[in-house]
Design a protein around this ligand. Structure first.
Ligand SMILES: [Zn+2]
Ligand SMILES: [Zn+2]
Length: 297
């Protein structure tokens, strides 16, 4: 029968067979290397949209009307995955190019799988149609302080370079300015701002992080009168900026005291660390600029 006369059902079956063959070949390649396995982001979406629904025995008591999510068997991922979980991932990666490689870091069958794509990492929940974004440090299972602007957990944030922390502070300040645009004097960098400041303490870059974050959140101090024609609003913004700076300075000083108390002695010369900081430009585990390594910031 000429192809043009095939029924829709036949064409669907052919497409399914072709797709299945393609995924089996991909799976063969992936199994050679076991985990982590990698494939193009678009291949997972194609597999999700062409694979038939399967029934998973969740073991629910039939007396209760409980149903699991609609699942398909993902040969790429290595087991059953809810369609909705892949769609949630597609939503999170909507700005990502379709050919970007997606890496499966780990997979616990019918529980969860960790994937990374385009520098971001996600925990795919395989029992519900749900994903969580993870810290961008490979293998870390913690959540980031903030998914897009501060994409590391509190532990790994402190390991980032001073340059990266300043950039994150600037991005987060802009986000908070936009969120508080109805009442710019009340803007706040919140607990996420606290975490950035604590990480900046370890890198001895508190002053730069504070300046950039507050400028992004409230505006350039010298331009506030031009930004807000209403003098009352301009005054509220200046006041809000002072209030937020004072709050974050306290966070920094508390963190410095905490680190110095825990360390006890200077990491270089062994001298007892006083509870009082020698300043923000010295990493708190050192007694002075003389002892701090030149590369510390
Ligand atoms: Zn982490
Ligand atoms: Zn010292």
């Amino acid at each position: 029968m000429p192809r043009s006369q095939n029924s829709a059902a036949q064409r669907a079956r052919e497409a399914q067979q072709q797709a299945g063959g393609k995924y089996t070949a991909l799976l063969r390649d992936a199994e050679d290397t076991k985990l982590p396995r990698a494939f193009a982001f678009r291949d997972l979406l194609a597999e999700c949209s062409t694979s038939p629904q399967i029934t998973v025995a969740w073991g629910y008591d039939p007396e209760y009307d409980i149903h699991g999510p609609q699942m398909f068997n993902s040969e790429l991922m290595g087991g059953p995955v809810p369609y909705g979980t892949v769609l949630a991932l597609a939503g999170a990666l909507s700005q990502t190019e379709m050919d970007t490689a997606l890496l499966v870091e780990s997979h616990r069958r019918l529980e969860s799988a960790v994937v990374s794509c385009d520098g971001r990492r996600f925990d795919l929940i395989l029992t519900q149609e749900m994903i969580y974004e993870l810290c961008r440090t490979p293998q870390c299972r913690h959540h980031p302080v903030e998914e897009l602007d501060i994409p590391f957990c509190t532990d790994h944030l402190a390991e980032r370079s001073a340059h990266e922390l300043v950039r994150m502070a600037s991005n987060w300040g802009h986000t908070r300015m936009e969120a508080g645009s109805n009442n710019p004097g009340n803007a706040s960098t919140g607990p996420e701002g606290d975490q950035l400041v604590r990480a900046a303490v370890a890198r001895a870059t508190v002053a730069r992080v504070l300046d950039r974050m507050l400028e992004a959140c409230f505006g350039d101090l010298n331009l506030i009168d031009d930004m807000y024609w209403d003098a009352d609003v301009a005054m509220a913004v200046r006041h809000g900026m002072d209030r937020e700076r004072l709050r974050l300075e306290k966070v920094a000083n508390t963190e410095i005291s905490r680190i110095r108390k825990a360390a006890g002695n200077c990491a270089a010369c062994g001298r007892t660390l006083s509870r009082h900081s020698p300043g923000w430009m010295v990493p708190p585990q050192f007694c002075s600029t003389n002892c701090a390594p030149a590369t510390a910031p």
